[in-house]
Design a protein around this ligand. Structure first.
Ligand code: NDP
Ligand code: GDR
Length: 375
């Protein structure tokens, strides 16, 4: 039985990865932070009473800013594989807490690598580092000849988050070269799911779509609608993380779909899921989206009503305008193939948020809506 340690196990990716590794028969250890309220909602379904026999999922309190604690956990767990997913992962928030993000996302990676070295586990423990497409910064001149970012494209990070992650990238590569460690970077482009944090743009959109459909919200306020992202599904991406560590030699890989979509189009697709057609008018901070058609009788959206507005508060001091990844290496070398396309992703996220909101707001909303319709 292999043993894995996941930092960031309570996050979106950590929860899917823990599921995947448990299915594969691993003993899974996760690092969770102490919080004043419960922060394990994404993994509660995996938790087993620690008094039972054959417990295969165990949580440890820890923090990437605390070397002593990282060393102790790794010493206790003796992992075959470490997945370093823990991070302050919000790009906009990183402008508000730049020193903290440097400490967690940058130095936190060093702490994992050093702990493995201090404990003499260099030959036993493989390490996956959660690197990111934010390293590229969306610089148009740095795309490859086919118009994508790949493993050889130069980096130009555009946020304290990106700058911290570039340290994580290079220190991982350096420890691989300096000490012969099996340490790899997955350069993952954006990936989403119903478990995505609520302040990332896709989830913010699907939650608002559901709330607007159910009459619980009038308008969604967003920042830059022109931003283009290569969006995949987190479930597919954690499979790639695992595959990266199963190779004969340690290497870095881009994981992406190769398709880019604007925030505006993501909004359009989300509303289409509830049978609503939008038209976008105006420019920059004056842009709005109005309802032009509402094909679902359950959702009482008024034709002509404004459901999306721009709030420049959500603009970033420096923005990454466009990301599109070239997954050729991961497809050929890892045999990785995503199972979800954007349409399936949006469908799943909107449906999940409608279900969540139905149960949290009003179990009888459907009957009420029908009744309202009949009057
Ligand atoms: P989430 O924000 O959902 O999860 C981040 C995890 O890190 C949470 O479990 C969080 O704990 C934990 N964490 C935060 N700070 C610390 C700390 N100081 N010490 C220990 N753990 C900490 O991120 P995702 O799951 O989306 O992403 C996983 C990783 O992949 C991150 O490193 C992210 O930067 C990177 N990445 C993500 C991409 C994406 O599109 N999702 C793309 C490319 C890279 P808590 O629950 O307590 O907050
Ligand atoms: P990103 O994800 O910054 O790409 O980082 P996010 O969903 O936050 O933003 C994507 C794009 O949408 C624009 N945008 C908004 N973003 C947010 N959060 N809220 C808004 O209201 C809004 N309006 C427009 C942003 O300006 C941006 O251009 C994610 C994180 O998961 C990182 O940890 C990861 O490394 C990268 O993806 C790859």
């Amino acid at each position: 039985m292999k043993t894995a340690l996941i930092t960031g196990v309570t996050g979106q990716d950590g929860s899917y990865l823990a599921e995947l590794l448990l299915e594969k028969g691993y003993m899974v250890h996760g690092v969770k932070r102490r919080a004043s309220s419960f922060n394990t909602q994404r993994i509660d379904h995996l938790y087993v009473d620690q008094h039972e026999k054959n417990v295969n999922f165990k949580l440890h309190y820890g923090d990437l800013t605390d070397s002593t604690n990282i060393i102790r956990i790794i010493q206790e767990v003796q992992p075959d594989e470490i997945y370093n997913l823990g991070a302050m992962s919000h790009v906009k928030v990183s402008f508000d807490s730049p020193e903290y993000v440097g400490n967690v996302d940058g130095l936190g990676t060093l702490r994992i690598l050093e702990a493995v070295r201090i404990l003499g586990l260099e030959k036993k423990t493989k390490i996956y580092q959660a690197s990111t497409s934010e390293l590229y910064g969306g610089m148009p001149e740095n795309k490859n000849e086919r118009g994508f970012y790949d493993e050889n494209s130069p980096f130009y990070p555009r946020s304290p988050y990106g700058v911290a992650k570039i340290y994580g990238f290079w220190i991982t590569k350096n420890y691989r070269e300096a000490y012969g460690m099996f340490a790899c970077n997955g350069i993952l482009f954006n990936h989403e799911s119903p478990r995505r944090g609520e302040t990332f743009v896709t989830r913010k959109i699907t939650m608002a779509t559901a709330a607007i459909a159910l009459g619980k919200q009038d308008c969604l306020y967003l920042g830059n609608l022109n931003a283009l992202r290569d969006w995949g599904h987190a479930k597919d991406y954690v499979e790639a993380m695992w595959r990266i560590l199963q190779q004969d030699s340690p290497e870095d890989y881009v994981i992406a779909t190769g398709i880019t979509t604007s925030v505006r189009d993501f909004v359009r697709y989300a509303f289409e899921e509830i049978g609503v057609e939008l038209s976008f008018e105006g420019e920059q901070e004056n842009e709005i989206a109005k309802v032009v058609k509402c094909n679902n009788p359950l959702y009482q959206l008024e034709i002509g009503s404004t459901v999306v507005r721009v709030d420049p508060r959500y603009y970033r001091p420096t923005e990454v305008d466009l990301l599109i990844g070239d997954p050729t290496k991961s497809k050929t070398k890892l045999g990785w193939e995503p199972q979800y396309d954007l349409e399936a992703l949006v469908k799943e996220m909107v449906a999940s948020d409608i279900n969540l909101m139905r149960s949290s707001y009003n179990a009888n909303w459907e009957n009420n809506a029908k009744e309202k319709n009949e009057k």
